[in-house]
Design a protein around this ligand. Structure first.
Ligand code: FES
Length: 143
């Protein structure tokens, strides 16, 4: 195990109240096992995802960000999840421009009943970010 494997990862999981947040809750009820690194921030809809807030998270050392919204066509606010997907693509571009890997952010879609998909998404993001290593901005933000 390398030193990078031992550094606790900081992953922010922006979850829609109607789907991913409930799916995470259900995963807990079902006692599904998934990594504890993603820390959930509940949004009323992923349409409320704020690009500046996501960039601040990276600036302050987040190693990864996952955004989890309703299935396409099922957003309670019509197109909130589609807007979120566009914003995630925008953040990927911005990360690329500043030399961070765009894979550090990803959008997922699920329903409130898809507990195992939430667990799989958390697993995927944690594994991906662990492979990428810590956010190089983290040290600068701590000092
Ligand atoms: Fe869930 Fe919009 S209400 S993504």
């Amino acid at each position: 195990m390398s030193a990078a494997d031992q550094v606790p990862l900081q992953i922010v999981a922006y979850c829609c109240h109607y789907c991913a947040y409930a799916a995470a809750d259900l995963a807990g009820v079902l006692r599904l096992r998934y990594p504890g690194e993603p820390k959930i921030v509940e949004l009323p809809c992923t349409g409320r995802l704020d690009v500046l807030e996501v960039l601040h998270a990276f600036e302050h050392g987040a190693d990864g960000v996952m955004v989890a919204g309703c299935l396409e066509g099922d957003c309670h606010f019509q197109v909130g999840n589609l807007n979120a997907r566009r914003r995630v693509a925008m953040v990927k571009d911005l990360l690329n421009q500043i030399g961070l890997e765009p894979e550090r952010i990803e959008m997922f879609n699920m329903s409130s009943a898809m507990a195992s998909q939430f667990a799989a998404a958390a697993e995927e993001m944690t594994a991906r970010v662990r492979t990428l290593g810590p956010n190089p901005l983290r040290e600068e933000s701590v000092s």
